[in-house]
Ligand binder design. Sequence first.
Ligand code: DLL
Length: 431
Amino acid sequence: MIWAKEEMLSRENLQNLQLERLQQTIAMVYNHVPFYKKKLDEFGIKPADIKSLEDITLLPFTNKDDFRDNYPYGLFAVPMEKIVRLHASSGTTGKPTVVGYTQNDLDNWTEVVARIVTQAGVTRGDIVQVAFGYGLFTGAFGLHYGLEKVGAAVVPTSSGGTEKQIMLMKDFGTTVLVSTPSYALHMAEVAEKMNVINDLKLRLGLFGAEGCSEEMRREIEKRWGIVATDNYGLSEVIGPGVSGECGCKDGLHINEDHFFVEVIDPVTLKPVHPGEKGELVFTTLTKEALPVLRYRTKDISHLNISPCSCGRTTARMAKVSGRSDDMLIIRGVNVFPSQIESVLIDIEGIAPHYQLVVTKRNHLDELEIKVEVTAQAMAKGQLEMQRLEKTISRRLQGVLALRARVNLMEPFSMERFQGKARRVVDLRQAM
Ligand code: DLL
């Protein structure tokens, strides 16, 4: 099923709508957000100068630091009386990024999430367990209202209390799970231990908020016996609902009538050629409380604007392959954690729990890969452990041309995550 006619507009009609909304957004930020007025004045741009969608490249970018510098409400375009909800995303350092919504923003958010859950395959008969943390994080509340709008029964378990989650999943007959991929994996492990997987009605997973390689997706599908779909978003733009996969699982449909997407080269900041990989940049087209121009996501992906076999005509973004600021440069080699994940998960005897630790010794970068082995592999003894270690080293060297120290960890010994996983520990600055 397709939720909204806007998902099937011709490119021409879509672009006309986008231009009209872009012009309104620029006028709004110029008149109501001193930060943008100053920036546009510095660039010598007046709202009336934006006459086509291509003119968007004349506009300044917005970065996460701009949110921090204007903490908490400096980027809002409406007075506080019009704000009806606040969320925040906790950065690794310093103050969180604060985002606000008017009632109209919440209605639009509900609408775009209704679209992405429908395209993933959720229907009104479904019982959906939302295992994202309810709170300042946009994930749980964002999915919650869109799911209710399509008529699904929402079970707001939040994250944590995993055994109880599984018990409720069984007793309530939950058919759809919403969580991060890493929590889904942890929940599967607990359900296996409780020996209830075969008693569950779960058929579908909507996973997002962090990267997940195709190998990890297959692992989750196998463990649960479900179809796992990916959905993407970020607080600064709205939260979840920016894009999501349909049943074809061939890219995430972007809600382009609400979010204008560009892909840029993160170094030159110029647009890449159509279809090439680069950093996603979004401009909101309908947000009232917190419109953003050209927000640099740091997320790496590429676009496909050909219509999908599901009937939708919206551009599809490839699964995010990493963040430009996640990329590790180890002895001059560029390494994305997702590449290492892909290698590890495909190896028999390895459990999908790992951590990358980067240190420096004698001025040289060192990469240590801590990875759990399965109980079955462990039971095979020392020789099997040596074989596994060698296999991992050889495959990593083949893919990354990089030598890494492999540290096999005992089954169930590594940290499990209820929200976004922390896979990389880079200690080089501290050394
Ligand atoms: O994670 C919003 C969200 C919640 C999306 C629930 C989907 C589901 P933030 O906490 O602001 O917002 O984090 C945004 O998370 O820039 C990406 O780096 C990453 N991210 C989000 N979804 C995906 C995904 C939410 N499907 C940041 N694949 C983004 C890869 C993702 N990375």
